[in-house]
Ligand binder design. Structure first.
Ligand SMILES: Cc1cc2nc3c(=O)[nH]c(=O)nc-3n(C[C@H](O)[C@H](O)[C@H](O)COP(=O)(O)OP(=O)(O)OC[C@H]3O[C@@H](n4cnc5c(N)ncnc54)[C@H](O)[C@@H]3O)c2cc1C
Length: 491
């Protein structure tokens, strides 16, 4: 039986303990909300009590199910979906109550700890979400600017009517415009991050934006909205007190919000900082590099689980561990040593994308490795022997190791020849998922001998140039490079 290695199973203790603690938090919050008198929105408060009372047993049951290997994977999936749905619900419950905001933060932390594997968005879906995200994020920034102006107007106005009007307007803006645009901006940002290889914690710039996106609403709910309500009440009557320290604090707070939202915009455009340790992954790092056969670096027995004809003289082999376990994760550009039955060792690039690994892994069975092999009849026999392998054959592998990693760059131009296309396929998938700027010129001896050519042209129209050797590649290459931005990584 293949064994799954879900994060929840690998680290059950903290995750399970956290869920039990959250169940207790739900009971406590339900109790607090039910006892609170004179709430601003009684209907929402009652909904909160019911929501938390229903959530507590569900979370506790999942926490217990995480202990049993048979039910752990399902419990983990249920918890991920639950927390994702419970985040916006708790946001609703937080109108007039601050406890649900703490619950929201906890749910967000649990989603990250449970390491969900989200299906990646298609090109069109990504564009739609990106459009929504940019639109509402810009609205949020504009509203924050307007709120800052109103806060300063309230602070400096000479007449009571203007002062009170400014705080009235701020309250109205907050409820009717700021909160909805803030919620949609955060939600669409999370969907975009999780639905692409940007991830929430894989890149420093996304992580920084995520922290800003969570801290602003939290501070607004706990502090800023209270200041607005207090100032509204304080300035109600003619001859009422001046806004004083609270008015100054509110103006400074809103100006800070605006600056932070500008920082988020700059982060989105510049994308500084590269990948976090989590984003870099461990595969391909020198620590995990496998460079030679030794007792400390043994070959892993694998089965050829599938053989596909890709193009003239090119086959792909799908490799799975003989014991059904998971193969090490890897990064684009990585290759493995294939130890053939004769003892010959040859290197082959892994070509199935990280996104493919994710999809397969989420269905329970560990993701296989895929390599594409060109038959070289004039060689020493390694590729010919690999071509003779059939499904069920036993071979061994070492690695993966990565001498050809993808570097951070504003744009990329790939120039691939023949079977050399293989390491670029996962790189392209990653860049495409990240929305990066890339182009590929792929050249081979004849179209029927060029694996993946048709698929690349169909998937990435406008980005890929394919040519066979009867044409001069130089004009296409010159055109590609002239159209590329100045700072570009050429592979
Ligand atoms: C990091 C890395 C990744 C690779 N990825 C892939 C991949 O994804 N797909 C793939 O098909 N291959 C890949 N290769 C190449 C692969 O490892 C093998 O070299 C290839 O399969 C040929 O093996 P062979 O034993 O059949 O031929 P080899 O004996 O290795 O010969 C290969 C070629 O060199 C020529 N040759 C051999 N000896 C000499 C000599 N003395 N003088 C002149 N010419 C000579 C042969 O005629 C033949 O054309 C990769 C290699 C590396 C290092």
């Amino acid at each position: 039986m293949p064994t799954t290695t879900s994060p929840a199973l690998r680290r059950p203790g903290p995750v399970r303990f956290g869920q039990l603690a959250f169940a207790v938090f739900c009971v406590g919050t339900a109790l607090v909300l039910s006892l609170r008198k004179g709430g601003v929105f009684p209907v929402i408060q009652t909904a909160g009590v019911i929501g938390y009372l229903l959530a507590a047993p569900l979370v506790a049951a999942c926490a217990l199910a995480l202990r049993r290997p048979a039910s752990a994977a399902r419990a983990r999936r249920v918890l991920i979906v639950f927390h994702l749905l419970f985040i916006p619900l708790q946001f609703l419950f937080s109108f007039g109550n601050f406890e649900p905001l703490a619950g929201m933060v906890l749910s967000a932390v649990f989603v990250v700890l449970l390491k969900p594997r989200f299906p990646k968005l298609g090109r069109r879906a990504r564009k739609i979400w990106l459009t929504v995200h940019i639109g509402v994020a810009v609205s949020w920034l504009g509203l924050s600017l307007a709120m800052t102006v109103l806060a300063f107007a309230g602070l400096t106005a000479d007449t009571h009517a203007v002062r009170h009007g400014a705080y009235e307007l701020m309250h109205l803006f907050d409820l009717a415009l700021v909160i909805p645009s803030m919620a949609v901006a955060v939600l669409s940002g999370v969907v975009l991050s999780l639905g692409t290889l940007w991830g929430l914690v894989r890149h420093w710039w996304v992580l920084a934006k995520f922290v800003i996106a969570l801290s602003l609403p939290t501070f607004a709910a706990f502090v800023e909205s209270k200041w607005i309500r207090n100032l509204q009440a304080l300035t109600k009557d003619a001859g009422a007190a001046e806004p004083g320290g609270t008015g100054v604090a509110l103006a400074v707070c809103l100006a800070t919000f605006t600056v932070l939202l500008w920082v988020a915009v700059i982060l989105s455009v510049v994308k500084p900082g590269g990948r976090t340790g989590w984003g870099r992954g461990r595969a391909g790092s020198p620590r995990r590099s496998v460079t030679s056969a030794s007792p400390a670096n043994p070959a892993t027995p694998v089965t050829v689980s599938d053989v596909q004809y890709l193009a003239e003289d090119i086959v792909s082999l799908e490799l799975r561990r003989v014991d059904g376990g998971a193969l090490p994760e890897w990064q684009p550009g990585a290759h493995i040593d294939l130890v053939l039955p004769s003892g010959k060792v040859r290197q082959y690039s892994l070509f199935s994308g990280q996104d493919e690994q994710t999809e397969q892994g989420s269905e329970g069975a560990p993701a296989p490795y895929r390599i594409a092999i060109l038959r070289e009849p004039d060689g020493r026999g390694g590729s010919v022997e690999a071509h003779a392998l059939r499904p069920g054959a036993h071979v061994a592998i070492r690695g993966p190791r990565n001498n050809f990693p993808l570097v951070e760059a504003p744009a990329y131009v790939f120039v691939a020849g023949g079977i050399g296309i293989t390491p670029f396929l996962p790189m392209i998938r990653r860049l495409e998922a990240e929305g990066a700027d890339w182009k590929l010129l792929y050249r081979g001896r004849a179209r029927p001998a060029m694996a993946f050519a048709e698929d690349l042209l169909r998937r990435y129209p406008g980005r890929v140039g394919v040519s066979a050797s009867d044409t001069d590649p130089r004009p296409a290459l010159a055109e590609l490079l002239s159209a590329a931005p100045q700072r570009v990584a050429v592979y």
